[in-house]
Design a protein around this ligand. Structure first.
Ligand code: AHR
Length: 637
């Protein structure tokens, strides 16, 4: 039946030109047979995927405040993100010294030549941070740097947090006299009653002429769970709010690097920061590697989620590959060591290294992914590379499930990683993608997917595309064991984004979730444990649903997605439960149109709203507003 016929014949750009209303789609009839479970829902269906892109770690999750702390990011002139600071008529200059650094890994440093300075007229360098440095009142900031001077008379270093606008110090500390050998100096800065702002920078200055070399300048605010070298609390909390089941780490293209030498070489990312050489990410900036393998794993521990460990498998983005066979063996051995570092107990070689680094307990890992998007490898070597990795990993760790990143002809992997970056309309069209896939093939990991609409973060239209796609994934969660949206993070400052349409945006001070973030949070919070048999007739071509049940909790979760510009009525008929409560809970995410969105300045424009569902029961009628994602929580015993 067509309700509310459109009373005009034409409209322009989605706006009704004149007349009374839009054609409303036919009522949908949804029949649910609660006593006929079709299959279980994968408990890890929704997870997280990030990598060093869009300043996701440096300038994002990883709470380091000093940008280019090891002076390896090269700008177009001068030293990127560092500036000379003169007080009074002091005089200084700076340059990179490529011959001297504090460790084998960091063999170069910043040399500051002070021609003129005294304690009242100091000279030094300032760091601008990642688009500023967020400072809050009554907060302790812990820092350190490596330094040496050309003479023992250089004296102390003044370290200060300075407000950009007033030019005044917000907090100051004096670090004892520098020695002529490389040494690490630690300091603590505490703010008092200041206004919260990101318009601040860090200053390091001396009051004596001479040469000073500095490196690995670091400053941390309080971190999530107070971890040393830890993460931003707001971004960790946003991720926790997504109720994820796992983290796929360390990427993406970031795993592979543009070149083999630029891969995520995990052994270079563990241990003291001064022993991490840093490396170039394929997203065109230097990664500090402060977010190293152990930090990734601790992140999963903090969120109490599983790890999907992706290991480098001999193919890099610009097309270089290592042929299967002896040439690949060192890379395979690195992957075996990486697995041992992650899941081996402290008596193993690499489990012992992890224990020495402060984490004796192994991390629980079920899935290991071999490479990333190896369908790009036109040499055809993946088949052989996968086989070599699979044989060796399964021999040592038969309990692990292995994920292939491209279809294989000669063997069946445990799991195949599929990626989808689409427009909302394409997802609507493809929502039944997995309904007819052969159940005798590998399980599926939708390791990257996103509705790419909206920039920097996705808009309501994208949230509808995401939600529609998620209904399809839930319906097929006997086959799809995991799925993770990508990319998750974006620093919204100019120049911060390499890939648009991300889920969570932030600057130095604040962060927010896009409408799609909330859609995912809703789907994951009300995941359920089984999919009952159901069918729907009627409904418009932009109306999608998924139904799951958690029998132990006596709950039925009905997810409804109306991506149309008109409301959609659905008549629900549930059978197979003794008693269905007459009321329930309704969680609603609604926009006024597809383009509407959240942003750093309007972070909560579109958020889920929870209300009582007044008319429920075994049979009820419900209307889903236009541009809406809804979860109906019903009690059925
Ligand atoms: O998510 C962005 C990129 O898309 C990933 O790094 C890569 O795996 C895919 O091509």
């Amino acid at each position: 039946m067509v309700r509310g016929l459109m009373t005009v014949s034409w409209a322009l750009g989605g706006v009704l030109v004149c007349g009374m209303g839009w054609a409303q789609a036919p009522t949908a009839n949804l029949r649910i047979e609660l006593d006929k479970p079709a299959h279980a829902v994968s408990p890890t269906l929704y997870g997280l995927m990030t990598e060093e892109i869009n300043y996701s770690y440096d300038g994002g999750l990883y709470a380091e405040m000093v940008r280019n702390r090891t002076f390896q990011d090269h700008g177009f002139g001068g030293v990127a993100h560092w500036h000379i600071e003169h007080q009074g008529n002091s005089l200084a200059s700076m340059e990179i010294d490529r011959t001297d650094g504090p460790s084998d890994a960091l063999q170069h440093s910043l040399m500051v030549t002070v021609k003129q300075a005294d304690p009242a007229n100091q000279a030094g360098v300032r760091n601008e941070g990642y688009w500023g440095m967020a400072l809050r009142p009554n907060t302790t900031y812990k820092g350190s740097f490596y330094a040496k001077a050309d003479s023992a008379s250089m004296g102390p270093v003044t370290v200060a947090l300075m407000n950009d606008n007033s030019g005044k110090a917000v907090a100051t500390v004096s670090v004892p006299a520098l020695s002529t050998e490389w040494k690490q100096y630690e300091f603590t800065l505490r703010t008092e009653k200041i206004e919260t702002s990101s318009e601040n920078h860090l200053l390091l200055a001396v009051g004596h002429a001479g040469k000073v070399w500095i490196d690995l300048v670091s400053l941390f605010p309080p971190t999530y769970k107070n971890r040393v070298n830890g993460n931003r609390p707001d971004l960790m909390e946003l991720m926790a709010g997504m109720h994820p089941g796992f983290l796929r780490l360390p990427g993406g293209n970031y795993l592979e690097g543009d070149l083999i030498d630029e891969r995520f070489d995990w052994k270079n990312t563990i241990g003291p920061l001064v022993d991490r050489p840093t490396h170039r990410s394929p997203w065109n900036y230097q990664s500090s590697d402060g977010m190293g393998l152990l930090e990734f794993l601790e992140w999963t521990e903090d969120l109490k989620i599983d790890t999907v460990l992706a290991v480098y498998a001999g193919y890099s983005l610009k097309g270089d590959h290592i042929a299967p066979g002896p040439a690949l063996t060192p890379f395979l051995n690195d992957a075996l060591d990486e697995i041992e570092f992650t899941i081996g107990d402290a008596s193993t070689k690499w489990g012992g290294v992890r224990a020495k680094l402060g984490h004796p307990a192994p991390f629980p890992v079920k899935y290991v992914e071999i490479g990333n998007e190896d369908w790009f490898d036109k040499s055809g070597s993946y088949e052989g590379r996968y086989a070599q990795y699979s044989k060796a990993i399964k021999a040592k760790y038969p309990q692990l499930q292995l994920i292939a990143t491209a279809p294989l002809k000669r063997m069946k992997p445990d799991v195949l990683d599929d990626h989808y970056y689409k427009r909302a309309d394409e997802f609507f069209e493809d929502v039944k993608h997995y309904d007819t896939i052969d159940r005798n093939g590998p399980k599926i990991f939708v390791g990257e997917w996103a509705t790419r609409e909206g920039s920097p973060t996705t808009n309501m239209g994208a949230a509808l595309g995401d939600a529609a796609w998620m209904t399809g994934m839930e319906r097929n969660s006997d086959l799809i064991v995991m799925a993770s949206y990508a990319p998750l993070f974006v620093n919204v400052n100019p120049g911060g984004m390499q890939w648009e349409s991300d889920l969570i945006g932030y600057d130095a001070l604040t962060s927010y979730g896009s409408p799609g973030y909330y859609a995912q949070a809703m789907f994951a919070e009300y995941l359920g444990t089984e999919v009952p048999t159901s069918s729907m007739t009627g409904g418009g071509n932009r109306f999608f649903y998924s139904v799951t049940r958690d029998a132990a909790k006596g709950a039925v979760y009905l997810k409804l997605v109306n991506a149309s510009s008109t409301p959609q009525q659905v008549d629900v008929d549930m059978s197979g439960a003794g008693n269905v409560a007459k009321t329930g809970t309704l969680v609603s995410l609604t926009g006024s149109n597809n383009a509407e969105t959240n942003s750093i300045t309007a972070p909560k424009r579109i958020v889920p709203v929870k209300t009582a569902l007044k008319a429920a029961g075994a049979k009820f009628s419900h209307t889903v507003p236009a541009y809406s994602v809804q979860v109906l929580e019903l009690q059925a015993k």
